[in-house]
Design a protein around this ligand. Structure first.
Ligand code: SF4
Length: 395
């Protein structure tokens, strides 16, 4: 039975709601010990200096207060520290964030405070320091348990590192633990995806995020693929691995609530759900995005340029866009299709409803009453389906 308090399906044609107060914050921690082969994130391969990081974030938040457009509410619902590798910043990093964000904003007993960690730097000391500061959810970058694969990726941990990081998190009292896994790896690695899934499930995480490997052109992997030195998995392997994961996770009691995210009951990521619902959020740090209707904007991507930018009179922005009616509509289709909220067929033209019926016949979607939700097979071709539906609304 569907949770009666689950959010309603997305209504694509409704006018944008007036933006409310910002109660969700993302903070980017850019440092990594080395860059993984496939990584396209805003990362700085430099020694992590926690004081400099905190100083830059403080300067950014002060300039936002002066500007007055992206000001935080007195209480936050979610705080997410992502990276990069936040665990490289050490045991005191989260406590150091308290005065930056405002300790009083984090007194909400219902606050979801997530921090990402990599196994090799998530020590008992780090876990203990973060727990004392108030972090209550850990997202652990495991990716695989297969040693040659981890080495190929450029990861710094082995399979045992992942197991011991999970043990440390549980010993320190983290009762909300997510793990990341990557699928769709090159066949020559002979990585056994089913066995990696079994290993991950044996650790009993509360939440699992799955990422299909892509080769972005600016990464070493992208260059290797372009030069013919490396091959990605073929489409068939990618599809098989994704669908296998959906089945295994469902059997183990995890609900697929978004194309890449699976949770035990009560453990969906509330922070990520803010991104998928159109509510406002603030991103701090290099490359971080913020949204408050109708404005989406993003910070300078490169760490040194961002840090210097925080010393200027305004926020260290790279660019911004204003969402018009067409863009809002497209984003709503995309947000509704990627989650189990689905989209409401009510008010949509007959061409869109006819298309939805065709998707249902092809097992790409399921309609329940007026709500259309993609199936996992539909999620595999979500980008194409989004564009098709948008075309019906334009026509
Ligand atoms: S640890 Fe994560 S953020 Fe850092 S280089 Fe690897 S994939 Fe990128």
């Amino acid at each position: 039975m569907r949770n009666p308090s689950a959010p309603h399906a997305v209504r694509v044609l409704d006018p944008p709601a007036k933006p409310g107060a910002i109660r969700s914050v993302y903070v980017h921690a850019p440092f990594c010990a080395r860059r993984c082969f496939y990584c396209d994130f805003a990362v700085s391969v430099a020694s992590a200096d926690c004081d400099v990081w905190l100083g830059a974030l403080t300067a950014e938040i002060r300039s936002l207060e002066r500007e007055g457009m992206f000001v935080l509410d007195d209480t936050l619902d979610t705080l997410y520290i992502g990276g990069g590798t936040p665990s490289l910043l050490g045991a005191q990093a989260m406590e150091g964030l308290l005065p930056v964000i405002g300790e009083e904003r984090l007194r909400n007993s219902d606050l979801e405070w997530t921090a990402e960690a990599n196994p090799e730097s998530f020590t008992q000391e780090v876990a203990n320091g973060w727990r004392s500061a108030g972090v209550n959810r850990i997202s652990l970058g495991i990716q695989s348990f297969h040693a040659p694969t981890l080495q190929w990726m450029g990861r710094l941990h082995g399979a045992d590192g992942a197991r011991s990081a999970v043990r440390v998190a549980r010993e320190e009292g983290f009762s909300n633990l997510s793990v990341d896994l990557i699928f769709g790896l090159p066949a020559h690695l002979e990585r056994d995806w089913a066995s990696d899934l079994d290993e991950a499930l044996a650790l009993e995480p509360d939440h699992v995020s799955l990422y299909g490997l892509t080769a972005e052109s600016a990464t070493p992997l992208g260059r290797a693929v372009a030069e013919g030195r490396e091959n990605l998995s073929d489409g068939e392997q990618y599809e098989e691995e994704y669908l296998l994961a959906v089945d295994r996770l469902a059997e183990a009691g995890y609900e697929a609530y978004e194309v890449s995210n699976f949770a035990r009951p009560g453990f969906t990521s509330r922070h990520n759900s803010v991104y998928w619902s159109g509510e406002p959020y603030l991103g701090l740090g290099n490359g971080a995005h913020s949204y408050r209707h109708p404005v989406r904007r993003w910070n300078t991507r490169e760490w040194d340029a961002y840090r210097v930018g925080t010393e200027g009179p305004g926020p260290p922005l790279e660019d911004e866009e204003k969402l018009d009616v067409g863009k809002v509509r497209l984003e709503r289709i995309w947000l509704g299709l990627r989650t189990t909220r689905g989209i409401s067929l009510q008010d949509l033209p007959s061409s869109a409803r006819n298309r939805a019926a065709r998707w249902e016949k092809s097992s790409l979607a399921v309609a329940e009453g007026n709500v259309l939700r993609l199936t996992p097979r539909g999620w595999l071709v979500m980008d194409r389906l989004t564009v098709e539906l948008e075309g019906d609304l334009e026509g």
